[in-house]
Design a binder for this molecule. Sequence first.
Ligand code: PMP
Length: 450
Amino acid sequence: MTLTPAQQLAATDRAHIIHPYLPGTAEERVVMTEGKGCRLTDAEGRSYLDATGGLWLAQVGHGRKEIADVAHAQMQQLEYFTSFWEFSNDKAIQLAERLATLAPDNLNHVYFTSGGSEGNEAAIKMARYYHHRRGEGSRTWILARDKAYHGIGYGGGSATGFPVYHEGFAPMMPHVSHLTPPWPYRTELYGGADPTDFLIAELEGRIAEIGASNIAAMIGEPIMGVGGMLVPPADYWPRVREVLDRHGILLIFDEVVTAYGRVGEWFAAQHFDVKPDIITTAKGITSGYTPLGALLVSDEVTEALLQDHGFPMGYTYNGHPVAAAVALANLDIIERENLLSRAVTMGEYLHAQLTDALGDLPIVGEIRSVGMMLAVELVADRETRTPLPMNPARMPHDVIRRETGVIVRDSAHSLVLSPPLIMTEQEAKEAATAMRSVLERTTPAGDITK
Ligand code: PMP
């Protein structure tokens, strides 16, 4: 039997690529070959609507020639040199200055990485090192939350709050303590109390148990992405910040998903009006055109890190000039096309479309969003809010993609969307209609009929 070129690619993929989160027995491959705007095309010529922005990062959409031209020019000019020691490059300098201008006013220093996991490793090490340098080396504990996702390093991976990411990788990093996540829809988590009151009391209690003088930092996603786009009450972060300040504990915001326009501001810290000590970013900084991450670090933390022999850790690709040039071009587009305000208006429009299309379905428990981060939480029963059982062989998001070509993602019993910020109204309608076509056939037992 001769294989078509598309079948050949899939067979070669099965033979040679280890995919994250894909069992070896899985036959199906979706081999993307082209992207333009919110659309993707696979090797068989089938078209898709990218309602997840890849892995939540394609802010300016696919196929921007302007960014490709910048990368091409930069590779001809200077493809790479190190940023260790006294070495630097013009594009990394320009990008760092620009990020410092966009970030909350206490964050004026940038430490570059290649992605979010590297960023959280650096942030956790910075927090410990900051205290070490200030003579408080006992501050080693990291507070995190259940349902958090902080990447796959040992530090960030240990702060991640899903047992499945730890199983088989033990021992994880010691001195990490997980708190309850802010998830107002799940009132049962708070025993009838106001969620913020409950969470602040828990935080105070945990600090007392561990001892403030043993705690370096709390790390948190301002809106929890992998946990299912969990939006905290408006007073949660300001009150957490107040408690941490009182105990000399640093606040690390993991904004790998939420930065660069996704929630309608440059950073979610601005949305929640809090000033973290360190913000981890990646993804949307280049819209995925090249790998890049950037930590934004406060003046106070930086001052401690730069004492003596400086901060003793570096990645080969710190401040990569091609990635930095690409990021500058990407930020130009976000600014020129007003994508921050577009994230707000399109996010509201998409939210309204989802409500129209899905609001009457008994398996839809809650539709929530901030900007272009949206989730549809699925339940077996609206009264009890029992999570919808899922059949791993036939998950709603897989069926939606196979039947309609619309790509959404499953996150902890929610279907989540984080489309390019340039999504059109027509595309928003298409996504909502596609989701309805499958969810209206999904039973409270999690089976999809037909
Ligand atoms: N933090 C958060 C909040 C994330 O969502 C992710 C990735 N989805 C990461 C960290 C890890 O980033 P990366 O995959 O670039 O290492």
